[in-house]
Each structure stands twice: as structure tokens, then as C-alpha cells.
Design a protein around this ligand. Sequence first.
Ligand code: FAD
Ligand code: NAD
Length: 478
Amino acid sequence: MADTATSFDVIVIGAGPAGYPCALRAAQNKLTVACIDEWQNPDGSWTFGGTCLNAGCIPSKALLESSELYHRAQVEFAAHGIAATGLAFDLARMQKRKATIVKGSTQGIAGMLKATGVAALQGHGRLLAGNRVEYTAADGSRRELVAKHVVLASGSQPMPLPSVPFDGQRVVDSQGALEFDAVPKRLGVIGAGVIGLELGSVWRRLGAGVVVLEAMEQFLWMADAAVAKEALRHFRKQGLDVRLGARVGGADVGPDGVTLRYTDAGGEQTVTVDKVVVAIGRRPFTAGLLGEGTGVKVDARGFIEVDDQCRTGAGNVWAVGDVVRGPMLAHKGKEEGVMVADLIAGLHSEVNYGAVPSVIYTAPEIAWVGQTEQQVKEGGREYKVGTFPFTASGRARAMEATAGFCKVIAAQDDDEILGVHIIGPMAGELIAEAVLAMDYSASAEDLQRTMHAHPTLSEALHEAALNADKRAIDILNR
Ligand code: FAD
Ligand code: NAD
């Protein structure tokens, strides 16, 4: 598709993990497609891939991997009989590796869009009435495009904390915290959510003293309580100074650091750090996206309103990913983007919002799908629980990674799997089996009767399912 064309079957605004899969699938469906993205890196370069590839999932996982390897060499190698003397790390090289991974991934997206025939347009897109889109190119030139369908996939941005404003130096957002060129001696993290825990872990493993201030009294409120309890114990043991019920009131930024003022159950407190990462959530991004008279509705929290199939209700305008309701996760956005591209092509498609996996890439890793035990209890349905600790897994023992457990919650009446919660090695990979099981409405017995290779970590999930009926083999059933 020529980049000068002005009329398309589909125009996608945003090329993050919601937008670019939508564009690719629409092209696979033989539709003519343009995908517009305005992402610009601090060095001025334009790239596709959105938050996830440029400043989110991928760079954070690159640094998590490097820092975990370093940490394991420090604390675990000795148990294997490996002497790691004179161990050191080169942060510049670690950062360069991360940048190379990001560049390879974003160039891969650009290549895929081109190879699939998508007109990949760098610049700003603004929806106008009547399915028209005003496209402002990188050089400032403007032209009007028109499409049978427009998909809005403009994503999200970090939520600011007015009492601790970003300054890009001492007080940064998650993108800034991925770019430190030196390990801060003292790092303050505001928010013990996914970003706070992942990035706090990176810098803690590399030697920073990390204080995490969390407003809620309850740690990881969105996770199963047993998992959250286990996680907090491990994180504190690793040296993350997690302070719960801490309400930040302000910050004094000086040449020697930032003094954060907060109140907790003990009254007024302060903590002085060298850098602060504000990670209190993200908010939908729609600045400059919607022209006059489009009919697209935005709710009180800034999300574009859509139905279960991501229709905005305004003509043939759809919206997907972080800019609409639901968890702000790359895979949730991807499935929505693909669903919309298929629906536009007249194919059947749906997203199962009841089986969206969540993963926190800490060590131990945390992953879950479905309802927590508290949610099941509140729902009033009779249920049974099976658990299996990784201390009883041969593979986990061989890996020297026995922290954590698998937990399966199933309905008492028909044995339906209601939720699966894992904290432990490779939890993010193990959860895929549970997602598949739930997507296919499997019962705990279905998991029990499925053969799992030995010795693998997946046996822990198998045994947890067996334990739900007190039939586990490798632990005493209690
Ligand atoms: P985005 O990725 O934000 O992409 C939107 C794109 O649209 C951007 O490139 C933006 O520049 C562009 N855009 C916006 N408005 C316009 C416009 N008007 N014209 C043109 N272009 C426009 N999720 C996971 O599932 N797993 C993880 O491990 C994970 N780790 C994360 C780590 C960090 C540090 C962060 C910050 C996020 C992480 N996330 C993770 C969340 C994930 O990045 C988001 O859920 C995902 O990127 C959302 O995809 P999206 O396509 O909706 O939006
Ligand atoms: P989050 O919603 O996960 O956590 C924010 C935390 O900050 C919460 O615990 C909240 O109680 C706390 N908080 C809010 N206001 C506060 C205040 N004033 N003071 C102290 N604490 C406060 O948000 P996040 O960690 O910023 O991540 C944003 C989004 O990015 C999440 O929705 C997440 O889904 C996504 N993300 C996902 C992954 C992953 O899938 N592994 C990784 C990173 C980010």
C-alpha cells in the first residue's frame, strides 16, 4: 500500500501491542490498511511498537533478566558448587543490550507492517467526523485520510502524582527508571504495583537501597491473598523495604536528594532518597485524538467507551487496548486488536475477558488467571482449593528455586476451574496451561487426568489440581 494513498478499508491510530496486531490481521484479511503512530524516543527517533516495546514490557524484562542473572550468581551459584569470585556488572553494557533488544523488536514491527502491505505512517492521527482522519506527518505536513473503519489504539501514559511532580532527573516515571545510567544509592518507589515491584527489584538486585511506599494497607490487593502474603515475605527478605498504608503528601527536592513526606499508621514520616520513581498507575491517553463531532464517548476516567466487542457506537469506529476498560496489559490489547480486525472482515471473533492472565515478573514470579479465593468467597459459590508447594517439586529443587506454590480453586458442585494462582519459578509460563484450561471450561478433574512430563515445574500445577480433591501423590493431602 503506497504511503500516499488517502482512502483505506481500515485506519488504525496507534501501533502499540493493540494497534499493530489489528493492522496486521486486517491486512491478512485482505483489507487495505494504514497504521499511524507518533511514538518518538528521547533521541528523536520514531519507532513503532508503542509503550510495550519502547518503554514497557520489553525493556523492563531485559533489565529484569540481566539483574536476576547477576543476583543469582551472587546468592545461588555457591549452592551449585560454583565459585563466582570477583563478580561485577557493567550497567552501560546492560543498558546497551536492552536498547539492542528494543531496537530489534521495533524494527521487526516496522518490517512486518511493510511486508504485509500496511501503510505505516509516522506522525499524529486525529479522528474527524465521518470516518475521516487528519494525519500530521513527522515533517509537519497534513493530509486527510478516510476509511470504512477506524480503530483507536492510542494507549496510556503514566499517572502523575501532583504532590511529587516528575522532573525527569530526580523524580521519574517508569520510562525514566529504565534509563538510569548509574545505580541510585537510595531509590524511592511510590506505588507497590506491578511497575514498582518489577523496577524496584531490578535496582535492588543491582545494589540500590529501595524503599517502596504503598498507599494501601493491603499488599498486592489484586492478587490472591495467600500469594500476596508469600510474595511480601520474599520481597522483604530480598531487601525491598515495602511500607504499607503510606500516603505521600509531598517531596522536597534538593541537591542531595529527595525527601518524601508521608503519613502512615505511625503518623508523619519522611524518607530521603536519591531518585524517586512514581508508579501509581497509568491513565488512558486521548490527547489530540478526537476532533469535533465524532460521537466517540469518553468516560469520567478518560477511557473511550466501548461494548464487549470494542465498538464505540459512533459509526464504524472501534477502540482497543489500554485506552478502553479492562486490565492494561499488552496481551489483552493484542486480542482486542485481532478480534476487531476479524469482526471488520465479517468473521466471528470474541475475547474471553474471564481468562486474561496476569504476570508479575519478579523473583519469585507471580501469575494468575480467573478469580482469587476472596472473590470466589464473596460470590457465594461453594468451592474447593488445592495447593502444591515448589519445595515438593523435583525440578524446582534441581533448579534451586523452591519458593512459592501453585493454587487451584474449583467449584464444589461441577468442578469448574474458577481461578489458578502461582508464585514460583516460571509462573508466567506455567499459567498458560491454566488459561487454556479455563478457556475450554476445563474441570479440575480434566487437569488431574492430563499427563505432565516429569520432572517439570508443570507437575506442580497438576498436583495442585489433584490436591483440590485430596488426591495429590507427591504431598500429604490435608
Ligand atoms: P501503547 O502501547 O501505549 O501504544 C499506543 C501507541 O499509540 C503509542 O505508540 C502512542 O505514541 C500512539 N499514539 C497515541 N495517540 C496517538 C495519535 N493521536 N496519533 C498517532 N499515534 C498515537 N503489559 C504486559 O502485558 N506485560 C508486561 O510485562 C508489561 N510490562 C510493562 C512494563 C512497563 C514499565 C510499562 C509502563 C507497561 C508494561 N505493560 C506490560 C503494559 C503494556 O505496555 C500496555 O498494556 C500496552 O503497551 C498497551 O498497548 P496499547 O497498544 O493499548 O498502547
Ligand atoms: P498498578 O495499578 O499496578 O499499581 C499502582 C500502585 O500504586 C497500587 O498498588 C496503588 O495502590 C498504589 N498507589 C496509587 N496511588 C498512590 C499514592 N498516591 N501513593 C502510594 N501508592 C499509591 O500500576 P503500575 O504499577 O503503575 O502499572 C501500570 C499498569 O501497567 C498496570 O495496570 C499494569 O497492568 C501494567 N503493567 C503490567 C506489567 C506486567 O504485566 N508484568 C508490568 C508493568 C506494568
